[in-house]
Design a binder for this molecule. Structure first.
Ligand code: BGP
Length: 468
């Protein structure tokens, strides 16, 4: 049996900084955050300069794997596809440092930092970006696959396209259903094209995709609710997971979308690539489930709380004609309105394993908290409780026969949280931004080390009732 992977996950833009160093091109996030005068990742956690210290701390924290992404703007300089050797050298150093410490690198090819030169020709609304992405992926395989055996094509295409094209709170900041469908489609096509490249190049290892997983629960057992749950499952999960794992975009979803958008961009030859080049495994990022009820009234509304406690309770999702999200009163929520529901992870893994029968990695799980990094010892008992319940869920699913192969905490150290800035902290290690970016292990860091060393035996074990 392969060794269970325990580690932390990061994304290049959120942690590296060094935005103008090492020959890096501008990304869409640089441009968008600079133009809007918002907190940005110019420095972030300065992982670009401090990766050795960070990876050493992972090792000392017991981790045997590190999930990170490769910044496309560091690797490919321009629209012509020219390679930046300094970018390759940087990731060689990250990978080699991991290997020196016995840490398995788990690589995301795209975690949202699209080069601005591609955004300027339409980004994910332009088919040319699929070609450019495949070129980038191939350069990564050629450069790193002698040492990297775990690849994922995309991080969370659903969250990225909804936020950028439907909700409009991420770059490019649009609110357009047709663009959402186009960008989502091109990302899933590009994912399959990268898998084709990987298979045809006979690179060793496995390739998967990472999904923002939201198991769907219904308020009751009525047929109306069941129908609404199907809409919600298509909306939140199936168009990524079915497409990547079965090679099929759900037919009923296409039927619904065809009523409101032009689907003529979906060419038969694309669908053939999608059908043929499916993934080896699924990465699930789990933060919360969604509880839904049948649609009743109102326009399509998607409100995400990017302001924390200042906006607590404002999040809302209504998809006109399909479903409405409800917030179970009895549940607990973070300051950013994320429900805390570990049972959803247990049930979710079971349902994914049953449906797709592919190995699963929990590629992100964690809780964003307000913390004071100037404290001598940060006591993040809330994070410990959160992780304890969620790792328990993973172990339960595993013991029942689900092929779960890894668990990654989001995040190994504090980093920039997209539109929430750095005040929303997720790390096991604090970064004192006011004090030279000093690293300070939180209590959760030591707690997680003990969990890993005991192979989960220090977790408070309890069984969950079956809810789904
Ligand atoms: C996931 C992303 C990560 C990370 C995490 C926490 O959706 O893959 O990049 O940011 O969520 O979310 P947030 O930073 O919005 O709280």
């Amino acid at each position: 049996m392969t060794e269970f992977l325990w580690g932390g996950a990061t994304a290049s833009y959120q942690c590296e900084g060094g935005w103008k160093e090492g020959g890096r091109a501008e990304s869409m996030w640089d441009r968008y955050l600079h133009d809007h005068g918002l907190e940005n990742g110019d420095v972030a956690s300065d992982h670009f300069h401090r990766y050795q210290e960070d990876i050493r701390m992972m090792k000392e924290g017991g981790h045997n794997s590190y999930r990170f992404s490769i910044a496309w703007p560091r690797i490919i300089k321009n629209l012509e596809g020219d390679i930046n050797p300094e970018g390759i050298a940087f990731y060689n150093q990250i990978i080699d440092t991991c290997l020196e410490y016995g840490i398995t690198p788990f690589v995301t090819i795209f975690h949202w930092d699209l080069p601005q030169y591609l955004e300027e020709i339409g980004g994910w609304l332009n088919r040319r970006t699929c070609e450019a992405y495949t070129h980038f992926a191939k350069i990564c395989f050629d450069a790193f696959s002698d040492r990297v055996k775990h690849w994922t094509t995309f991080n969370e295409p659903r969250y990225y396209t909804f936020s950028g094209y439907l909700i409009g709170n991420y770059p490019p900041g649009h609110q357009n259903l047709s663009e959402t469908v186009t960008s989502a489609y091109y990302m899933m096509l590009a994912s399959a094209m990268a898998v084709r490249e990987f298979r045809q190049g006979k690179y060793k290892g496995q390739i998967g995709i990472v999904h923002s997983f939201a198991p769907v629960y219904g308020v009751d057992n009525t047929v109306r609710t069941k129908i609404a749950m199907r809409y919600a499952d298509n909306f939140f999960n199936n168009w990524i997971l079915d497409t990547a794992a079965f090679g099929e975009i759900p037919g009923d979803l296409l039927g619904e979308l065809s009523k409101v958008c032009d689907l003529s961009i979906m060419l038969p030859e694309d669908l053939e690539i999608i059908r043929k080049y499916t993934v080896d495994f699924l990465g699930l990022n789990y933060y919360a489930r969604v509880m839904i009820k049948p649609y009743e009234t109102g326009e399509t509304t998607l409100i995400v709380n990017n302001a924390g406690s200042k906006a607590k309770g404002t999040s809302q999702t209504i998809i006109k004609g399909w479903f409405e999200q409800v917030r179970p009163e009895s549940s607990r929520y973070t300051e950013w309105d994320t429900e805390i529901f570990p049972e959803g992870l247990y049930e979710g893994i079971r349902s994914v394993w049953k449906k797709y029968h592919l190995p699963v990695y929990i590629t992100e799980n964690g809780i964003g908290l307000y913390e004071d990094a100037s404290e001598e010892q940060i006591k993040d008992q809330e994070r410990i409780n959160f992780m304890d319940m969620h790792i328990n869920a993973v172990l339960n699913a595993r013991e029942e026969g689900c092929d779960v192969r890894g668990y990654y905490a989001w995040s190994p150290f504090d980093l920039y949280s997209w539109k929430n800035g750095t005040e929303k902290r997720y790390g096991l290690v604090a970064i004192d931004y006011e004090n030279g970016l000093a690293r300070k292990p939180k209590e959760s860091y030591y707690w997680f080390r003990d969990v890993i060393q005991s192979q989960g035996k220090t977790i408070n074990r309890k069984k969950y009732e079956e809810v789904l």
